[in-house]
Ligand binder design. Structure first.
Ligand SMILES: [Mg+2]
Length: 226
């Protein structure tokens, strides 16, 4: 069996800032923050880590309770900001998914810092959610390596893999964090600079394959078909 885990933002889609806008709206409505700092990096990080860093920077106590109340407002707002920001599915994504779905021994999952309901909102908006039956999400773990490990467990569970199954794993993402978390689970790392990390920075993290867009992912398909 082979399992391909896709990152969402900058890899499958660009939301054109819908995630940030929904974060900003939640911080404004809940805590009166009118100017949400841009000093907390979003790319490649989990929603939980981002929200807790933002709370700390804005002097809001970061607790399980504030994390949950934040999520409720964020998730209630996200469908609106997705429409308003008018994002896009990235080039080659739909064709690559369609091609991988023709391969009997390839499973498709998600490996993302988005909370699961945020991932669902974003990918439902772009008509992609139904392609992914399992994944690792940013609800619990702040660190992407742990999200990757939970994604592997979810894949094993969903695909009913034996404990000693030697599945080949692939992580496809647009940040250095995606490459490092691929290493944490022994996966083949595919880097694509369609988010905000330039190609030279991705290449410096030594992915197994780097492509300009997922339109150029034939080498991945060939590797999977070996
Ligand atoms: Mg990303």
């Amino acid at each position: 069996m082979k399992v391909c885990f896709f990152d969402i933002d900058g890899t499958l889609i660009l939301s054109h800032g819908a995630g940030y806008q929904a974060f900003a709206r939640a911080f404004r409505d809940l805590y009166g923050v009118t100017d949400l700092t841009r000093d907390v990096p979003f790319a490649g990080r989990s929603d939980r880590a981002i929200a807790l860093d933002l709370m700390t920077l804005h002097g809001i106590e970061a607790t399980e309770d504030t994390w949950h109340e934040f999520q409720e407002v964020y998730l209630a707002t996200l469908p609106e900001t997705l429409v308003a920001c008018d994002g896009q599915v990235l080039p080659g994504v739909e064709a690559l998914i369609a091609q991988l779905q023709t391969m009997d021994d390839v499973g498709l999952g998600l490996l993302t810092g988005n909370v699961i309901r945020g991932a669902e909102a974003k990918l439902t908006h772009f008509g992609l959610w139904h392609h992914f039956a399992f994944g690792g999400y940013g609800d619990i773990h702040p660190h992407r390596d742990d999200i990757a490990r939970s994604a592997v467990l979810a894949a094993s569970d969903h695909l009913k893999l034996a404990r000693n199954d030697d599945s080949r794993l692939v992580v496809i993402g647009d940040t250095v964090h995606d490459i490092t978390c691929a290493r944490a689970i022994g996966a083949y790392a595919v880097a694509v600079p369609t988010g905000f990390t330039p190609m030279d920075e991705l290449r410096a993290a030594n992915p197994d394959l780097a492509v300009e867009t997922l339109e150029d992912a034939q080498a991945l398909v060939d590797w999977l078909a070996e």
